[in-house]
Design a protein around this ligand. Structure first.
Ligand code: NAD
Length: 358
């Protein structure tokens, strides 16, 4: 295949420090930032992404161009393509996999439920099957989600809290991913670390997320929906800046122990961890809008609506003491500071004649 020559000849995945990471979902929001950070510190990095059309594909292509400039090559393919995955592992003996490819978004699950099963369940199994047979077996860090806490209203959320009431199919597939990881760890000795991200935002972000399309619609003078609970209660999110998430991802890779199996045989107990990566300071969505109004110098047209039962929960709030202790994770960017960086990126990116609603 065309990529094989590219990977072999460019030596781009060869690392200075003996670490080579396969990043799935590399052309995604988090995947782009993580890949750049890994490359910059000298790790070998190869990206994989299917460039699906869940949102603006040209944004994914522009992220890919950024990755190319940084020296990260992205293979175009699906995590369900196990022949492709096997080939990649043949060419590069990855020490780690950073698995970020997924069908994200809670509302889209009502439109296209099978894409969640395809990427978040079947795709995960396909990837773990190849990892289990690889030699060496890579340590795997994968993206779970704060959505696994579902209808649990006891905040802040701790890792041992109940996760048995998912509020969306997205949440159900992320929770399912954690159970699947458990079984591969148990049977095959794969080293697995799940990261429950809390509403990640920042430059190169996802156009389907509120902070992004609020910015677009405020600038256009369009009204924006602000949800409140049935009892007029506030809807709040533990918005977490991308650079903090990246630090948590890198610390997870660095502290991941080796898998204990090899070629599918179990040799001893392997590491299985789950961490919250949040900001521990939830902000009401109405305050998010006020911050954006100040940064954009435009008054928003607020359309206050009742929170529909379409997958969104009322609060998210991470307890991060476990990640603090085990990973040295310490978020440092508050929402006004992070949004300022996002808005600066947004104004610059969309001033180049690109359409924000493509
Ligand atoms: P994203 O949609 O920008 O990135 C995912 C990337 O994976 C996309 O580029 C997509 O093309 C690719 N992809 C999807 N299905 C694939 C498949 N079957 N094969 C190959 N590539 C595929 O989303 P993101 O915000 O960067 O999220 C990264 C991960 O973090 C996801 O697992 C997501 O569920 C999780 N997460 C994100 C957030 C957040 O706030 N951004 C919060 C919680 C969890």
């Amino acid at each position: 295949p065309s990529w094989e020559k590219r990977v072999r000849s460019s030596a781009r995945v060869r690392s200075r420090n003996g670490i080579s990471v396969l990043v799935t979902g590399a052309a995604g929001f988090v995947g782009t930032h993580v890949s750049v950070a890994l490359k910059r510190r000298g790790d070998g990095v190869l990206g994989l992404d299917n460039f699906n059309n869940y949102y603006d594909q040209s944004l994914k292509r522009d992220r890919q161009a950024l990755l190319e400039r940084t020296g990260v090559f992205v293979v175009e393919g699906d995590i369900n393509d196990s022949a492709l995955l096997k080939k990649l592992f043949e060419v590069v003996p990855f020490t780690h996999v950073m698995h970020l490819a997924a069908q994200a978004g809670v509302r889209y699950a009502m439109e296209n439920p099978s894409s969640y099963v395809h990427s978040n369940i079947a795709g995960l199994v396909s990837l773990l099957e190849v990892c289990k047979s690889a030699n060496p077996q890579p340590a795997i860090v994968w993206a779970s989600s704060s959505s696994v806490y579902g209808l649990n209203t006891k905040v802040p959320f701790s890792e041992q809290d109940r996760t048995d009431e998912p509020a969306s199919l997205y949440a159900a597939t992320k929770k399912g991913g954690e159970e699947i990881a458990h079984s591969y760890n148990h049977i095959y000795g794969l080293s697995l670390t799940g990261l429950r991200f809390f509403t990640v935002y920042g430059p190169w972000g996802r156009p389907d997320m509120a902070y992004f399309f609020f910015t677009r619609d405020i600038l256009k003078g369009k009204s924006i929906p602000i949800f409140e609970a049935a009892d007029h209660g506030t809807v709040a999110r533990d918005f977490t800046y991308i650079d903090d998430i990246v630090k948590g991802c890198l610390a997870s890779l660095d502290t991941a122990e080796k898998s204990t199996g090899s070629g599918g045989k179990k040799k001893g107990p392997a590491q299985l961890r789950v961490f919250n990566l949040g900001n521990t300071s939830p902000v009401p969505v109405s305050d998010l809008v006020s911050i954006l109004e100040k940064l954009l110098k435009v008054k928003a047209k607020r359309n206050i609506m009742k929170l529909p039962r379409n997958g969104d929960v009322q609060f998210t709030h991470a307890n991060i003491s476990l990640a603090q202790r085990e990973l040295g994770y310490k978020p440092t960017t508050d929402l006004p500071t992070g949004l300022k960086k996002f808005v600066r990126w947004y104004m610059n990116y969309y001033s180049q004649g690109k359409k924000a609603d493509a």
